[in-house]
Design a binder for this molecule. Structure first.
Ligand code: ZN
Length: 313
């Protein structure tokens, strides 16, 4: 199955304050900061990658924290909810932790026969912790506060909100190899059989929905995973053949990327497993150094001075 789309690779969202973002994802949620780098197009802004121990594709949530950026608004043409897989029986503990730490959480609810807990991060980004029907065998990152019985395993689903789902569904089924597996009201669940986890995409149809605005607290793009750049280029051809525009291959240091806007308005990326996050830091030191793209290494002192100081908890 190596020539398939292997589920989700990463999701990238926008935040405001870098320290607040770092504290929330590492302390409150217990994720590992696996890479601390800067925005390729704007080296005065951080780019944070949070994931499991090694930043395995399917576990990676990344942020551009833009100090002082206004709040965005979820709406159509966007990824509007990130679903993380968590262990069975952990949701009550999570609800307790969120109450204790003042996190804006909703009520426990059920979707497609699975219990979930919706909440928002400090910028208003919508996330859900979901107990999957099938045992998720991925190992979560452990911290002082979050042990294996609560740790986030990685992505379960991403939800895309669309005025019409048909054309987006066609990209998922005809190009990416997903199939429609369930429907509840206006929510349509698509799944790939190529991987056991991070294999779901929900399309939420809202014909009267307002178009979203991309700023703090909203998702910027959704990256799908391929094994390597040879497979990636085969998908590039398929996407061009379908009549959509797509970028050339871009080297992102930790993976190679292609970007295209799917017909419903969501920015999609196709990202490779190679070379991965250990290309410039050993596994046990991931996220502990400020890593700069090669073209900025010469201006390191200036860049370090311009970036906000980040304190570890
Ligand atoms: Zn990306």
């Amino acid at each position: 199955m190596n020539d398939s789309i292997l589920g989700l690779h990463h999701i990238t969202a926008i935040a405001n304050n870098a320290q607040r973002n770092y504290d929330f994802y590492t302390h409150v949620l217990g994720l590992r900061l696996v890479k601390k780098t800067v925005n390729f197009d704007d080296p005065s802004t951080y780019h944070f990658y949070y994931g499991n121990e090694g930043g395995t594709p399917g576990t990676i949530l990344t942020f551009f924290p833009w100090e002082g950026i206004g709040s965005g608004r979820n709406g159509t043409g966007m990824a509007t909810e990130i679903g993380y897989s968590v262990p069975a029986d952990s949701l009550d503990n999570w609800l307790g932790r969120f109450k204790e730490l003042g996190v804006g959480a909703g009520e426990l609810a059920e979707r497609f026969g699975e219990q979930y807990l919706p909440f928002t991060d400090p910028d208003g980004l919508a996330i859900a912790l979901i107990v999957p029907k099938q045992l998720d065998k991925r190992k979560g990152w452990e911290t002082e506060a979050i042990k294996e019985d609560m740790a986030l395993r990685g992505f379960h689903t991403v939800t895309l909100t669309l005025q019409k789902i048909e054309a987006t569904a066609k990209v998922l089924t005809d190009i990416f190899g997903y199939r429609l597996v369930a429907q509840e009201g206006n929510r349509y669940r698509f799944q790939t059989d190529a991987v056991p986890e991070a294999a779901l995409v929900d399309l939420l149809e809202e014909p009267e929905g307002r178009v979203g605005r991309n700023a703090a607290g909203t998702n910027h793009h959704v990256a799908f995973r391929v094994a390597n750049d040879a497979v990636q280029m085969e998908f590039r051809e398929k996407i061009l053949e379908s009549g959509l525009q797509i970028t050339p291959k871009i080297d992102r240091d930790y993976f190679f990327s292609l970007y295209f806007r799917e017909p419903g308005g969501v920015l999609f990326e196709i990202a490779t497993d190679n070379p991965g996050f250990t290309v410039d830091e050993p596994l046990d030191e991931l996220g502990t150094h400020l890593k700069l793209p090669r073209q900025y290494e010469g201006s390191r002192a200036k860049i370090e001075k311009a970036l906000p100081v980040l304190k570890s908890l």
